[in-house]
Design a protein around this ligand. Structure first.
Ligand code: SF4
Length: 352
């Protein structure tokens, strides 16, 4: 990281500086369907989501923010495009932060109105530049915006905010192209000291989208770039949260719930390891404690990995060994392997 990032507060959360990287996501039902929105937010928060963004398309959405904000367990961000008045209304209704894309809000005075309202209410603004909606004057001669055009759009937006004496900002500059996005964030990180919201936009369906996000976000985070992340997937937002923490845990940037490793299996495996690993993963989803659990198919690498983990199993022909804290504890039949592993995990947790 080339610059020390400022610290921005969103309700009780702090983003930037040496604070942990915050995981956020977005609800995927109309904001006016308040019960559904809250149920989605609660599921997301339960998975670890730390702030949630809601699409505000019209005055009814902006009005709904009031009730949602009161019942939400995590800070609420209003996502506004095109109509600056919706941002003003969302702030009046208690939004903890607004995200705007200055490129599609339009005239400078409209952005200035949002800034004035945010300043009066003590909330930050995310400048969310997106490669799909750069101002025409920047992309006039190119079909596909490149990193330098994305950075120019950020600079132009920042100029307006600074002219209005506002520094309580988070910046994002997402593109759907992983390489361009990485390049844009690197340039922005070098030039500005505002905290960065990092993500690959429109990443895709969960399997490929999580991979593309892991490559882009993971690359940046490993270089110290990024203060809050969103994994954008076409699917349940809970999956976005799970994927985000998997990226953070892989890079040892956050500890959040169990980490499971399992071997890919090969011709040596003599149990149905895919089924066993699936059951272990499902059951682990209910645990909040950080622990490493290894599910291994045979004695080649199995006992070693199972010993290095907090808990593990190494399978043989129709049987398996259960390990905890580096020691083999028992040998059991395949059909009770999973139950046996969890007896050991639960006993350990209860003795803490
Ligand atoms: S642990 Fe055993 S079964 Fe699993 S991939 Fe390695 S050799 Fe194959």
């Amino acid at each position: 990281m080339k610059t020390n990032k400022r610290i921005v507060r969103i309700a009780d959360l702090k983003i930037g500086g040496k604070n942990p990287i915050i995981v956020q996501s977005m609800t995927k039902v109309p904001t006016t369907r308040i019960e559904k929105v809250l149920s989605q937010i609660k599921r997301m928060a339960n998975a670890g989501c730390e702030m949630v963004r809601l699409a505000v398309l019209n005055r009814d959405d902006a009005a709904a923010i009031k009730k949602i904000k009161k019942a939400s367990p995590i800070p609420v961000i209003a996502d506004i495009h095109f109509d600056y008045r919706l941002a003003l209304q969302a702030i009046d209704n208690g939004a903890d932060k607004v995200r705007i894309n200055p490129g599609n809000i339009g005239e400078e005075w409209k952005i200035a109105e949002i800034i004035k309202k945010a300043k009066n209410n003590g909330i930050p603004i995310r400048i969310g530049v997106n490669s799909g909606s750069l101002p025409k004057k920047i992309t006039r001669n190119t079909q596909h915006p490149d990193a330098s055009e994305i950075v120019t759009a950020v600079q132009d937006a920042l100029d307006i905010f600074l002219k209005n004496r506002f520094k309580d900002m988070v910046i994002s500059a997402k593109g759907s192209d992983v390489i361009e996005t990485i390049e844009a964030y690197k340039k922005i990180d070098e030039e500005f000291d505002y905290p960065l919201h990092v993500g690959i936009t429109e990443a895709g369906l969960p399997f490929r989208g999580a991979i593309r996000s892991a490559v882009g976000i993971g690359h940046l985070l490993h270089q110290g770039i990024g203060n809050t992340i969103r994994v954008s997937l076409t699917g349940d937002p809970v999956l976005e949260v799970v994927a985000a923490f998997e990226i953070l845990q892989s890079l040892k940037l956050r500890k959040h719930g169990p980490v499971m490793i399992s071997c890919p299996t090969c011709g040596r495996c003599q149990v149905n390891l895919e089924k066993i690993a699936g059951k272990v993963e499902d059951r682990l989803a209910k645990y909040k404690q950080f622990m490493k659990v290894a599910v291994m198919g045979c004695v080649v690498n199995g006992p070693g990995e199972a010993r290095y983990a907090d808990f593990g199993m190494a399978c043989g022909k129709g049987i398996g060994m259960i390990f905890a804290k580096g020691k083999e504890l028992r040998r059991v039949k395949e059909n009770v392997l999973v139950d046996s592993l969890f007896e050991v995990i639960d006993a350990d947790i209860n003795n803490r």
